[in-house]
Design a protein around this ligand. Structure first.
Ligand SMILES: NC(=O)c1ccc[n+]([C@@H]2O[C@H](COP(=O)([O-])OP(=O)(O)OC[C@H]3O[C@@H](n4cnc5c(N)ncnc54)[C@H](O)[C@@H]3O)[C@@H](O)[C@H]2O)c1
Length: 249
């Protein structure tokens, strides 16, 4: 049900093809925003266009500066940015190659640098806006096994979130990040299937991480993103919003 919580706002999202980004694009649209949803996967963007014709979809590679800059040209000034692109590398530091390190930092962190540099000037000119970045509880909030590289990138996301918050607070820019525990998504399914052991055992291990005894639905993260994007959170900036079913307690 829509309450028009984002009425009159224009939003741009990365990684909106599936999982949390997809749920958030739909939630922003439901709440009355003019939504520009992007993903590197063209087939997923076609699917989203069919599902919600009111959403404008774009194929954008968050790892490609020219692609992000072209999107900013096409979209123009926005009130809300949702930086969702990210990838989970599995393994200890001894199981990371230099290529793994570069890819994860490029996709999970440098993509924010690209999007912010492309869209922030327009947002400032417009008089302000809200930036919502996708971090994770698996960073300095909670050490998780086999997440050495992933956690490093998501801690960097939190640091960048706070730097932007402090640098642009006087220009009406708010910058916050979301730090989820385990969330149901296609890539979570891939991670469960890639682990040794049975599907059921592996899934149970992910469920057991959360004292609430379940995995979050992407829509639950989307509703936090709606709050942070909306004027309801107008006094909130520079925060790490933990939404993890009690995992980090
Ligand atoms: N699922 C979880 O348990 C969980 C927990 C905490 C944080 N997160 C973070 O949430 C974000 C979304 O994860 P998810 O699991 O909901 O979705 P997902 O991993 O299933 O989907 C990721 C999406 O990103 C897109 N993508 C990949 N490379 C891209 C690129 N170069 N440019 C643009 N888009 C690209 C893919 O096409 C896909 O649609 C990630 O940043 C992830 O780290 C997820």
């Amino acid at each position: 049900m829509s309450h028009g919580r984002l009425a009159g706002k224009t939003a741009f999202l990365t990684a909106a093809g599936q999982g949390i980004g997809h749920a958030t694009a739909l939630a922003f649209h439901r709440e009355g925003a003019k939504v520009f949803a992007s993903d590197v996967n063209a087939a997923l963007m076609d699917k989203l266009s069919a599902e919600a014709p009111g959403i404008t979809t774009l194929v954008v590679d968050a790892r490609d500066t020219a692609s992000v800059n072209a999107a900013a040209q096409q979209v123009g000034a926005v009130d809300v940015l949702f930086n969702c692109a990210g990838f989970v590398h599995h393994g200890t530091i001894l199981e990371t190659s230099e290529q793994d390190w570069d890819l994860s930092f490029d996709l999970n962190c440098k993509s924010l640098w690209r999007v912010l540099r492309a869209f922030l000037p327009g947002m400032i000119e417009r008089g302000g806006g809200s930036i919502v970045n996708m971090s994770s509880a698996a960073q300095t909030i909670k050490a998780a096994p086999n997440r050495a590289l992933y956690a490093s990138t998501k801690a960097a996301v939190a640091a960048l979130t706070k730097s932007v918050a402090v640098d642009f607070v006087k220009q009406g820019i708010r910058s916050n990040c979301i730090c989820p525990g385990t969330v149901q998504s296609p890539s979570l399914e891939d991670r469960i299937k890639a682990m040794p052991g049975t599907y059921d055992e592996n899934r149970a291990a992910f469920v057991a991480r959360q004292p609430m005894g379940r995995i979050a639905e992407p829509e639950e993260i989307a509703m936090l993103a709606v709050y942070l994007a909306s004027d309801e959170s107008g006094f909130t900036t520079g925060t790490e919003s933990v939404i993890d079913g009690g995992w980090s307690l």
